[in-house]
Design a protein around this ligand. Structure first.
Ligand code: NAD
Length: 297
């Protein structure tokens, strides 16, 4: 049985920690929210008073926090876990953050003899609950091999993307492409609707033609075309516009640092930021479909 410390028990971290308990691990938890801690304690976890206390003596520390500043604070600040973790501990940070912070934390921990992988996920809240997440892992071969068995308790597809930070780069590349596919699919469907096509028929045609993509297959943004997708439920649930806008900001940082040309990504970042700023931040990202709607409809 491995002693695991889990920090950050939100929409994703809560169910991920629950799956580790189900897999038989001894799980200690910490979050700023007492309610979130209590929910996990009810499922068999042990509570801690701080992140540093939680990480003390653990074999593996996993974090699932909102952004880079939270990760840096939890690990490297004066009260950070770096001061209480023992040498030989393995850290798995599954938060979606910037590559620079992932590399900074990895480097600082290495000096203390602590292994680190960045391991952001794809699959959303449903995937976290079902234990079917995809993990994109950045770290050495040895670090990846250490992380793989514990990640398998929370996910189905575990990819080794490269060295430290590579997991974060893979994640933002994927989400940038996803946002472009979603915005493009919404645009094509609205063009058809504005020219008197039935969106169900148009969706079927494009699914069997060269415009086929993941959003048409599983996540159609037009209400009434598919059941059990956020578009069928007023864009509630799913993957929030705010989170997509955050990930697109990370993709643009990555593009600037590497002097990459990303015109579609930049446009997509602007579209999703505008959509968020117009009061849609908490809706599912497929709600970008509404942005293309003609007012006289
Ligand atoms: P969330 O806001 O629901 O949860 C974050 C948790 O971290 C909260 O419970 C918060 O209290 C806790 N926290 C913040 N600062 C803390 C600190 N200093 N110490 C301890 N706990 C702290 O977010 P989420 O949806 O679970 O997302 C977590 C990460 O996963 C983000 O980076 C997000 O981009 C990424 N992600 C989310 C989804 C999704 O569908 N929600 C999908 C893939 C990736």
């Amino acid at each position: 049985m491995t002693a695991i410390a889990f920090i950050g028990l939100g929409n994703m971290g809560g169910p991920m920690a629950a799956n580790l308990i189900k897999a038989g691990h001894q799980v200690r938890v910490f979050d700023l929210s007492t309610e979130a801690i209590n929910e996990l304690v009810e499922q068999g976890a042990t509570s801690s008073a701080s992140a540093a206390e939680c990480a003390s003596g653990a074999d593996i520390v996993i974090s699932m926090l909102p952004a880079g500043k939270h990760v840096e604070l939890c690990y490297l600040s004066e009260q950070g876990m770096i001061h209480t973790m023992k040498p030989g501990t393995l850290v798995i940070d599954s938060s979606t953050i910037d590559k620079a912070t992932a590399v900074k934390v990895a480097t600082a921990l290495k000096e203390k003899g602590i292994d680190f992988v960045d391991a952001p996920v794809s699959g959303g809240v449903a995937g976290a609950a079902a234990g079917t997440l995809s993990f994109m892992v950045g770290g050495s071969d040895n670090e990846f091999n250490r992380a793989q068995p514990v990640l398998e308790a929370m996910g189905k597809n575990i990819f080794h993307a490269g060295g430290h930070g590579a997991g974060q780069v893979a994640k933002v590349c994927n989400n940038m492409l996803l946002s472009i596919l979603m915005a493009g699919t919404a645009e094509a469907l609205q063009l058809g609707i504005n020219n008197d096509l039935d969106p169900k028929v148009l969706s079927e045609i494009m699914l069997k033609s060269s415009g086929r993509n993941w959003t048409l297959e599983l996540y159609n943004p037009c209400p009434g075309v598919m059941e059990s997708v956020p578009a069928a439920n007023d864009y509630q649930g799913g993957f929030m516009v705010d989170l997509m806008a955050k990930d697109l900001g990370l993709a643009m940082d990555c593009a600037v640092q590497s002097q990459s040309t990303t015109p579609m990504g930049a446009l997509s970042r602007n579209l999703f930021s505008l959509h968020a700023n117009q009061g849609n931040g908490t809706l599912d990202f497929s709600s970008i479909f509404k942005m293309y709607e003609k007012e006289d409809k």
